[in-house]
Design a protein around this ligand. Structure first.
Ligand code: PNS
Length: 162
């Protein structure tokens, strides 16, 4: 059985993330979405909220499970037997950051954790969680950026009731 982890902050989940999840779930027998519980930065959504959103969004994908992790990805991967980390690449601007993470993880894991990149669909190549937050904070339209059921909860974080 080939399994992989798709790590990220998912704060919030975007349609671009969901597209990567669906495509990776077709490549691997089992895919785990690993939601980062990073105590260093204050997210818009708590880790529990992000896990619940991802569980709802992936409920029809039987080979996808959602978990959270804290600390280093390589430690979580080693403890749970993952040898492949999946990441999405939107544009060349992502590349340097992603290459650095991939190579760091390869070094930290002693070669045990590889990274596989899926290029984002052009339809979603402009999307980012930080962009979604900025648009929502000013009351802009995020309906083309996140799954339908996520739109309202994002606005509510900014006390915007639409
Ligand atoms: O969605 P993001 O915020 O771009 O995801 C970044 C993520 C979660 C993949 C990365 O920050 C991560 O794996 N953090 C866990 C800590 C870690 O392992 N750091 C070493 C690699 S730089």
């Amino acid at each position: 059985m080939k399994k992989a982890i798709y790590p990220g902050s998912f704060d919030p989940l975007t349609l671009g993330h969901l597209d990567i999840i669906k495509r990776a779930a077709e490549i691997f027998d089992n895919l785990t979405v690993g939601v980062l519980d990073n105590h260093g930065k204050t997210p818009l959504f708590s880790v529990e909220e992000r896990v619940n959103i991802l569980k709802e969004a992936t409920k029809d994908l039987p080979n996808v499970k959602v978990e959270f992790f804290s600390g280093l990805l390589v430690d979580y991967a080693r403890e749970n037997g993952y040898h492949v980390s999946v990441r999405g690449l939107r544009a060349i601007t992502d590349f340097e950051y992603e290459l650095q993470i991939a190579q760091t993880n390869k070094m930290l894991s002693g070669g045990a954790l590889d990274t596989m990149f899926l290029t984002s669909d052009v339809e979603y190549s402009y999307l980012s969680s930080s962009g979604v937050k900025e648009i929502a904070s000013f009351g802009g339209d995020i309906s083309k950026c996140v799954p339908d059921f996520v739109v309202k909860p994002v606005y509510e974080k900014y006390n915007i009731h639409k």
